[in-house]
Design a binder for this molecule. Structure first.
Ligand SMILES: [Zn+2]
Length: 358
């Protein structure tokens, strides 16, 4: 894995590589973008590239003739490109990780002593408690203590605070001290999908890197690489709205919908009862579902004529209102049931959501 493993964020990755090339590494960075756009993966690759010792080796070449020889070439003292087999590329790119040095191998296995991922799962292990939704001040105090220690193996000690919207206000204040006076060789990357959840003082001290929605084609390629059938990958990429996470959620809904009995009059209630208990997750799911539903209503409205058009105009307005309500503090299950029942009365059924590309 290297920066080349991140698909669909070419401009952003170019910017990160330029930072490494110039050597001007900001001590505090925020990777901002919607969930499922590659922020965390990019943070890991950025950390890996910074701490890489750039061991010279022949990079894997995907030409069958060269593939086997590469294994032996790694041990050769000075790899020379063989003239009869062209593409034996030696790793010389200092803005990306080499993938073979000790630092890279430790980073890939999640065991790098100088690259630490701080999230709610890590916190649960650190504080010996069940996983909570928030990142607490005690966790950030530990981070600040580690930040004062010198890196063990590599030039940089890097902390990746994953989903930093989980940081409680006191924890953010505690983190601010490390961001204001970072010990030499220490850097902190916060990945976040909602910038407004961070204190303005944190935002102003950080270099913000934006992650836009993934192009549909990139999403399709990733889904296929993860094992989806080509047809399924294309359908989910269309529903994903530029987010791998949303595409995954859409896939899960479609499976849940397919499992319901079409004639069952209580299936809408059964479906909404399956929403996650966590209210943030429930809201995100309901928003994705309402987006799917809206796309169906719009398509039906475009194709309709006469009295049906009037009925669908009313439904479209109502669906947009319900979609706006999903951003407020409401009962998400009730909201979803209302939207699905009203659509069903206008002839758009829950099962229609599984038919993509219409
Ligand atoms: Zn390396």
């Amino acid at each position: 894995m290297s920066f080349s493993s991140i698909i669909g964020q070419d401009k952003t990755i170019k910017r990160l590589r330029a930072l490494i090339e110039t050597g001007r590494i900001p001590p505090a960075m925020i990777f901002h973008g919607a969930p499922g756009t590659g922020k965390f993966l990019a943070a890991l690759e950025f950390a890996k590239a910074l701490d890489c010792s750039h061991t010279e080796h022949q990079e894997k070449v995907y030409a069958p003739a060269a593939a086997e020889d590469d294994l032996f070439a790694a041990a050769a003292p000075a790899p020379e490109p063989a003239p009869e087999r062209a593409p034996a590329k030696v790793h010389t790119d200092l803005s990306d990780s080499c993938g073979v040095c000790i630092s890279c191998l430790q980073a890939a296995s999640g065991a790098h002593p100088d690259i630490r991922v701080v999230d709610t799962e890590f916190q649960a292990a650190l504080l010996d408690e069940t996983e909570s939704a928030n990142l607490k001040i005690d966790t950030i105090r530990e981070l600040s203590r580690w930040a004062q220690q010198k890196p063990m193996l590599s030039p940089w000690k890097i902390f990746i605070v994953r989903d930093a919207e989980a940081l409680m206000p006191q924890a953010q204040n505690a983190l601010l001290k490390t961001l204001e006076e970072p010990p030499p060789g220490t850097m902190v990357i916060l990945t976040v999908s909602r910038k407004t959840s961070l204190l303005s003082t944190i935002l102003s001290r950080s270099c913000i890197i934006e992650f836009g929605p993934l192009p549909r084609e990139a999403l399709r390629t990733i889904l296929e690489a993860q094992g989806a059938e080509p047809g399924e990958a294309a359908a989910l990429a269309a529903l994903g709205g530029g987010s791998l996470e949303k595409a995954g959620e859409a896939g899960a809904f479609l499976k849940r919908i397919s499992a319901l009995r079409p004639g069952d009059s209580s299936r809408i209630f059964k479906f909404s009862a399956g929403l996650p208990r966590d209210s943030h997750k429930a809201r995100e799911e309901v928003k994705t579902l309402l987006d799917l539903l809206l796309a169906k209503v719009r398509a039906a409205w475009r194709a309709a004529e006469g009295p049906a058009k009037n009925r669908l105009t009313a439904l479209l307005k109502r669906s947009l209102d319900l979609r706006r309500m999903a951003d407020r503090n409401v009962s998400y299950a009730l909201l979803l049931e209302t939207a699905l029942l009203e659509s069903e009365r206008a002839g758009i059924k829950l099962e229609d959501l599984t038919r993509t590309g219409q």
